[in-house]
Design a protein around this ligand. Sequence first.
Ligand SMILES: NC(=O)c1ccc[n+]([C@@H]2O[C@H](COP(=O)([O-])OP(=O)(O)OC[C@H]3O[C@@H](n4cnc5c(N)ncnc54)[C@H](OP(=O)(O)O)[C@@H]3O)[C@@H](O)[C@H]2O)c1
Length: 315
Amino acid sequence: MRVFVAGAGGAIGQRLVPQLVERGHEVVASTRSREKVDGLRALGAEPVVMDGLNALEVGEVVARAEPDAVVHQMTALAKMGNLRRFDKEFAVTNELRTKGTDSLLAAAEAAGARRFVAQSYTGWPNIREGGRVKTENDPLDPHPTAQQLESLAAIRHLERAVLDAPLEGIVLRYGSFYGPGASDPLVELVRGRKLPLVGSAGGIWSWIHIDDAAAATVTALESHATGIYNIVDDDPAPVSEWLPYFADVVGAKPPRHVPVWLARVVAGEVGVSAMTRIRGSSNAKAKRELGWQPRWASWRDGFQHGLADEERAAA
Ligand SMILES: NC(=O)c1ccc[n+]([C@@H]2O[C@H](COP(=O)([O-])OP(=O)(O)OC[C@H]3O[C@@H](n4cnc5c(N)ncnc54)[C@H](OP(=O)(O)O)[C@@H]3O)[C@@H](O)[C@H]2O)c1
């Protein structure tokens, strides 16, 4: 297939492009940054520069690429800061998920593309009631924190738009990424003991190794499946388990313990919820219907052996 990857210069894109090339696809890879063009070419793609928030430019660049399929991996999370201002930190990502998705879908359709694969997220958007693990049939959170209202609305918009579009649309709700190019901010926080265990630390997280997320994307692209799929590992786990383990793996001191009231003051409701209330996600549907399974079935193994590329780890 001729595949247009929008946002190929990010954490997932850089792992996805080589897998697509390896499978024999022709890849047109978009970035906003001229300095990433040579790197994308070295991965085997035909690089293009595109601003995902400029609908005219998106239309022209996608039309020139004449893709059979389009993959939407555009986010703007590289400079994530304070969780207390979650929606503000996510403002550009939210625009990419609303206006950016609409433009890319329109461009894909006009260019005659058959399939559209879009990045979504699973974790904090899950309903925070009932069982500890949610499926794609469970509702998204009807009462998100006040700081995440816009971000959840953007996710809903993206998913609805992709499923309603007049081409084969599939939404991949990736869990929390880790692995080469995806773990540095977390390592820094944990090494600096800036990520404490809050209260019972019973919030459930679903992790996914970045290479498994990329492999699931290739599988989704090559299938005829449409709809929403969680792309997470087999081992949803509370913060009280994964955080001390992660700290140990990266050679950090054990995380501090902080009471809920103090965390609320420092990290706000989003931080408290992520540590104590969020639910994990099931990958049963993706395994069953896409025939995909994660190589790193548990973050336990993945944190230990998959955080960095082998050469980097050896160095
Ligand atoms: N599920 C998850 O847990 C999840 C999901 C996404 C990201 N993250 C994390 O967030 C951090 C940052 O992510 P990242 O490295 O992928 O960087 P990012 O800044 O989120 O960028 C992702 C891609 O979107 C592109 N992009 C951003 N703004 C754009 C715009 N206006 N128009 C067109 N394209 C645009 C970027 O362009 P350039 O090529 O020019 O940079 C890049 O190719 C990483 O640690 C990553 O692991 C986690």
